[in-house]
Design a protein around this ligand. Structure first.
Ligand SMILES: *[C@@H]1O[C@H](CO)[C@@H](O)[C@H](O)[C@H]1NC(C)=O
Length: 136
């Protein structure tokens, strides 16, 4: 699938029986789709998540999705995310250093590295926030 998408970059469509999948990979095309308020229905593959997750932000659509998305959008505003950048950079540097310290040229399993530094970044940002709140 990835090879086909590479070959027919930036847009390709693959049929599987009566269902097709469209792959859109150019950032300008993705921007148009992601900005759209019209094309927000999830693919049928998400239906298997309904018994487990119900219809939350990940699995809902229409007005329910838009309402919840609107509630969360301010939390991801650039001005709010900016305060976390230094910690993400610090943890990214630590992860890079740790990868280099492993030695050799091939690292087989990146998941433990990425998990550790993602968790560090999350905890660091949360504790940073608690520190700031306790001062004021
Ligand atoms: C997508 O939305 C952003 C933010 O509202 C806007 O700056 C950008 O111009 C939009 N892009 C397109 C292609 O509509």
């Amino acid at each position: 699938m990835c090879m086909l998408c590479d070959k027919y970059y930036p847009i390709s469509k693959v049929w599987a029986f009566h269902i097709f999948v469209v792959s859109i990979r150019h950032p300008d095309d993705l921007e148009k789709i992601l900005n759209s308020t019209k094309h927000i229905d999830k693919s049928p593959g998400y239906n298997i998540l309904h018994p487990w997750l119900g219809t939350g932000l990940l699995t809902s659509t229409g007005v329910k999705w838009q309402t919840r998305r609107k509630m969360l959008t301010p939390a991801f505003h650039f001005n709010i995310l900016n305060q976390f950048v230094d910690i993400f950079i610090k943890e990214g540097d630590c992860m890079t250093k740790s990868l280099k310290d492993v030695g050799g040229t091939v690292v087989k399993d990146l998941l433990p590295f990425i998990s550790e530094y993602t968790l560090n970044a999350i905890c660091d940002n949360i504790l940073n926030d608690i520190d700031m709140n306790s001062i004021t």
